[in-house]
Design a protein. Structure first.
Length: 260
């Protein structure tokens, strides 16, 4: 008898992806799909849902095919939610995450595949899609005027994952931080093992970062959830939920140059 591998065992982030994606789906189940999303100008909740669900399937397709370059998201099979209302669309969103995990199981978590940061093991996409879902859940929460509860460790990992994406970018003429400039991010809630502090520095037109405590040209303090929303530009640079110390221009300059 052949047993099906447990999709949640394929990567440490797999179960978290399913849980966070489900929270987004649940939030959208009873929402008006036409509701505008202020943090994604021009989008409705339906467009947000389609973006996340199609993104899951896009990543799954690249894993399944062993893609060596980016595939066109518009050509992904099943890339649009089916007719039937918010509940059907929300289930389509849930199915996209399981499709990705099943693709990683089938390919093997170490199988090479294209990513934004060069060839990586297929399981790289699990963490990426997790944090795509968490940030867009923050967008949906703003649109619906509801809280954005998230485990501090998950939020802090989202900050680290975002910094990793930025650090992988090629050198730029106008980098996020000037040469040698430093930015310190500090989560004020309980995140163990120093995972809630980050030192970010400009070097050679790029950024490098590490976990740790230190004095930066600017320091930004807030909960891990607010730092995640801050670095991904979901709350304004001068929002009261973020306490900026030192040269505020370092922080605002960073945000102006870290769109993705």
């Amino acid at each position: 008898m052949t047993t099906t591998p447990d999709r949640t065992a394929v990567d440490p982030y797999a179960a978290v992806l399913l849980a966070e994606n489900d929270r987004l789906a649940t939030l959208l189940t009873t929402a008006d799909p036409a509701t505008p999303v202020p943090t994604c100008p021009g989008w409705s909740l339906l467009q947000l849902l389609r973006h996340v669900g199609r993104g899951h399937r896009w990543a799954a397709r690249m894993v399944a095919t062993g893609a060596t370059e980016a595939l066109d998201p518009r050509e992904v099979p099943g890339g649009k939610p089916p007719e039937g209302g918010p509940e059907v669309a929300a289930q389509w969103l849930r199915d996209g995450a399981t499709e990705l995990l099943d693709a990683v199981v089938a390919a093997g978590p170490t199988a090479p595949v294209w990513t934004f940061t060069g060839p990586r093991p297929s399981a790289w996409w699990v963490r990426r899609r997790l944090h795509e879902a968490t940030v867009h859940r923050a967008d949906a929460a703003v649109a619906l005027g509801v809280p954005f509860p998230i485990d501090p460790q998950v939020a802090a990992d989202g900050v680290s994952e975002w910094l990793g994406l930025l650090a992988a970018r090629p050198a730029a003429d106008e980098p996020p931080l000037a040469e040698g400039a430093t930015l310190h991010l500090h989560a004020t809630d309980d995140v163990p093992d120093a995972a809630g502090e980050w030192m970010v520095r400009g070097a050679g037109g790029r950024v490098v970062w590490e976990h740790g405590h230190g004095k930066g040209d600017a320091a930004v303090r807030g909960t891990a959830a607010d730092l995640l929303r801050g670095v991904t530009r979901r709350i304004p640079a001068d929002d009261d939920r973020l306490h900026v110390l030192g040269d505020a221009g370092v922080w605002t300059g960073w945000l102006a140059r870290t769109g993705f």
